[in-house]
Design a protein around this ligand. Structure first.
Ligand SMILES: Cc1cc2nc3c(=O)[nH]c(=O)nc-3n(C[C@H](O)[C@H](O)[C@H](O)COP(=O)(O)OP(=O)(O)OC[C@H]3O[C@@H](n4cnc5c(N)ncnc54)[C@H](O)[C@@H]3O)c2cc1C
Ligand code: FES
Ligand code: FES
Length: 492
């Protein structure tokens, strides 16, 4: 069951396998949602997806509510979201933002500020801006700032108008006079309809004998995986959706984790942060903002808001890309993966998880259930680096994480962990460089020397994002950069 612009739809059979954008355009004739790239890169297909916040949920604590029961709306790219992921979600497309047949305040502002020329990107911008107004606590009275808009619109590309007019339009919207989605579509009746479906697992089949399982519990998810070891596991579909749209995969059996509540959320106990594998990057970002600001900063450059609103930490780990942005951080902190199987769960140090390109220690009847991250202590210094061809919405060319602990006098390296991404088939630790540095003085000349050793430990390739030589140079230079960041932060 899904709601679209306030109306209930019971989707079954082959329709459940469609992308949301295809369903909106081809089944409902709602062609306001545009398709340009079909791979999450342009935001033309943005729609709002609302889900009921669980009891006690921090995100639900707005508008005078105590958390839980409120529908939280977030912009996502509908071209890489499948209908089967949207059970018990309320979709609001650009058509649904109108009130009494009149343009919404954001649409009106786009007209008045000349924010649209060919208009192809415009519905995506309008929906994403509506989402930005939605995102803050409902009592928001201040207009969006240019910086908030620039950050919030990194996932929306415009090829002809230019961004000045679009930012002007966003800034000119008066939040006090803008109806929130919950005013257009009151939460109560929709949440009530969803509530009656809370604990139900769903299986959908189509005529071609494709199957989708939407379990409600981790145990059911694992049981389906054990019975269908070749099934395709789908969490946020930001990787799977792209592969599907490029024709690289056509899954027969699908295990969708969207409704497994046990795999979502964060818990901070002492120095240990536990994150459910199905937790979106947006929620992780908020949970770690104060606890690990360095990781927060990297996440602000992870894809776009639309990607972070859908993509999950478990998907990033299991996608096993050597340039996955979270993995170097997880390596140096010594994160453990909790892997759930039919006979219970086991824990694996992520440093031992990968053993080749896209090869890792996950049995065919297992799922990644949770990630346990020991947070850096006060005695440790953590720095994370992402090098990409463009700052925003770009895949990394090279990534690095360095975690160091100096002796009490601050002169000698007691312990150092270094992880690099983009310089081999998997994210790499640098054991020779770490051993060389341990016990040495924390000095520029030592870090420069270590950089040469680091260069010899990596095996990069040349691809569209950079040459092997460039990556080797980065592998060498980043340790000097690390020294200056720690020892002379004002010099960088
Ligand atoms: C436009 C765009 C920009 C992006 N930018 C970045 C970026 O800056 N940095 C970056 O690192 N990545 C980026 N990505 C990649 C992607 O968003 C991330 O890897 C994301 O975390 C994947 O999560 P997901 O839930 O969407 O995974 P899905 O697509 O659902 O799944 C990915 C893989 O993980 C498997 N899987 C998912 N969950 C589990 C589980 N619990 N147990 C076992 N297997 C599982 C799936 O079977 C699949 O093989 C980008 C992608 C796009 C489309
Ligand atoms: S069409 Fe470009 S992100 Fe969906
Ligand atoms: S108005 Fe033409 S792409 Fe933005």
């Amino acid at each position: 069951m899904v709601y679209i612009n306030g109306e209930r739809h019971d989707v079954s059979g082959a329709d459940a396998f469609l992308t949301l954008s295809d369903f909106l355009r081809h089944r409902l004739g709602q062609v306001g949602t545009k398709i340009v790239c079909s791979e999450g890169d342009c935001g033309a297909c943005s729609v709002l997806v609302g889900r009921v916040s669980p009891p006690g949920d921090e995100e639900g604590k707005s508008g005078g509510q105590s958390g839980g029961g409120k529908i939280i709306y977030r912009a996502i790219d509908s071209c890489i979201q499948f209908m089967y992921q949207l059970d018990r979600a309320h979709i609001v497309s650009v058509e649904g933002l109108k009130r009494n047949g009149l343009l919404s305040p954001v649409q009106d502002a786009m007209v008045k500020c000349h924010g649209s020329q060919c208009g192809f990107c415009t519905p995506g911008f309008v929906v994403t801006m509506a989402g930005l107004l939605e995102d803050e606590a409902a009592e928001r009275k201040q207009a969006l700032t240019p910086d908030e808009l620039r950050y919030g619109l990194t996932g929306n590309l415009c090829r002809c108008t230019g961004y000045v007019q679009i930012i002007d339009a966003g800034c000119s919207v008066d939040p006090g006079k803008t109806a929130r989605v919950s005013e257009l579509y009151p939460d109560g009746p929709i949440a009530e309809a969803f509530g009656s479906h809370t604990a139900e697992s769903v299986v959908v089949k189509d005529d071609g004998e494709r199957t989708i399982a939407l379990p409600a519990t981790l145990a059911e998810a694992v049981a389906f995986k054990a019975a269908h070891p070749d099934c395709t596991v789908v969490a946020g579909a930001t990787d799977i959706g792209v592969q599907h749209n490029k024709g690289k995969i056509a899954p027969k059996d699908i295990l969708c984790l969207a409704n497994v509540a046990e795999m979502k959320g964060n818990e901070l106990t002492g120095e240990m942060l536990t994150i459910g594998a199905g937790t979106t990057w947006t929620r992780v970002e908020r949970a770690i903002k104060d606890a690990v600001p360095q990781f927060y900063n990297v996440l602000t450059l992870f894809g776009s808001p639309q990607i972070r609103n859908a993509g999950t930490i478990g998907g990033n780990i299991a996608n096993a890309s050597p340039i996955a942005d979270s993995v170097p951080f997880l390596f140096v902190t010594g994160a453990e993966l909790e892997l759930a199987g039919p006979k219970g769960s086991r824990r694996v140090d992520i440093n031992n998880f990968y053993f080749g390109y896209k090869k890792f220690d996950l049995r065919e009847d297992e799922l990644i259930a949770r990630v346990h991250i020991p947070l850096p202590t006060e005695a440790q210094t953590l720095k994370l680096y992402k090098v990409s061809r463009r700052r925003d919405l770009d895949i990394s060319t090279f990534t690095a994480a360095v975690l160091v602990e100096l002796d009490e006098a601050g002169g000698t390296i007691q312990n150092i962990r270094i992880a690099y991404g983009g310089v081999g088939p998997v994210v790499l630790r640098l054991p020779k460089t770490e051993t060389f540095l341990t016990g040495k003085p924390f000095e520029e000349s030592v870090l420069r020397e270590a950089g040469k050793l680091a260069r010899s430990e990596v095996t990069p390739i040349t691809d569209v994002r950079g040459s092997a030589g460039f990556r080797q140079q980065l592998a060498e230079n980043i340790l000097s950069r690390f020294y200056f960041d720690c020892a002379q932060p004002e010099a960088v």
